[in-house]
Design a protein around this ligand. Structure first.
Ligand code: HEM
Ligand code: HEM
Length: 187
């Protein structure tokens, strides 16, 4: 039996999904590595790079949310209602966290009273004045939210792989460019 026809996510949605996913994971590795470096000029440069790429991620997330609000998603595939509902809830939390990561970093930098530049080129304003207490909260949030995000991304990716290899539906194929839907032996 062949799979029913399905609609792919549009190229812009696919590109933004995978670009942001790669940048978020890369930024996490960069963040965790740079905090372990001994004080040096190189460390300062890596911190500046982390912040600039992070602000770029914030702009990409804003573009993605605007794009998403202005376009309709492909129609949902056939699956139990609880799965559709949990996927929607998961996607909403993922959107929140990918916006909260750069925002909390920016807030941390602002409350630490550090100047901020985008790739040494554009002066970025502070979100808030110097505030040691808020700085502490922003830092704790930045670190904790990252691990929460990674745990949810692992679940999200596992669900996508389960749809592809176990349920053999087009969930992953409609988001991953070039991936054909599973061979047509769906139940
Ligand atoms: C940092 C990593 C990731 C983040 C933040 C993320 C976030 C998201 C979000 C927010 C959506 C909802 C799209 C929308 O409704 O507008 C989505 C969809 C999707 N993601 Fe991810 N994702 C990540 C990584 C992955 C990985 C590694 C996989 C696969 C192995 C994956 C597979 C999918 C699929 C298949 C969809 C489409 C679901 C559908 O059509 O209902 N994602 N992702
Ligand atoms: C995609 C967005 C981002 C991700 C995924 C991310 C992730 C991380 C992670 C995992 C750490 C290590 C946490 C720790 O051990 O303290 C970190 C540290 C840090 N991040 Fe981010 N970050 C992002 C954006 C930003 C932005 C936009 C800024 C500032 C404008 C920023 C500023 C910082 C600073 C200053 C630290 C070092 C904290 C310390 O020295 O302990 N981050 N980030």
């Amino acid at each position: 039996m062949s799979l029913p026809p399905f609609e792919r996510w549009n190229r812009i949605a696919q590109a933004l999904h995978w670009l942001i996913a790669l940048l978020i994971v890369g930024m996490g590795v960069l963040g965790l590595t740079m905090t372990q470096m001994d004080p040096s000029m190189a460390k300062l440069k890596v911190y500046a790079l982390h912040k600039s790429i992070g602000l770029t991620v914030l702009a990409l997330v804003a573009a993605r949310l605007l794009w998403r609000l202005a376009h309709r998603a492909p129609p949902p595939l056939a699956m139990p209602r609880w799965q559709r509902r949990s996927a929607q809830a998961m996607h909403a939390v993922l959107y929140l966290l990918i916006a909260a990561m750069p925002l909390s970093g920016w807030l941390y930098n602002s409350t630490a009273n550090f100047p901020l530049q985008w790739f040494g080129w554009l002066q970025v304003p502070s979100l808030w004045h110097a505030d040691p207490q808020l700085k502490h909260y922003a830092h704790t949030f930045h670190e904790t939210a990252f691990w929460l995000l990674m745990a949810l991304v692992a679940l999200h990716a596992a669900a996508a792989l389960k749809h592809h290899f176990v349920d053999r539906d087009a969930t992953l194929a409609r988001m991953l460019p070039g991936l054909p839907p599973p061979a047509g032996d769906a139940p």
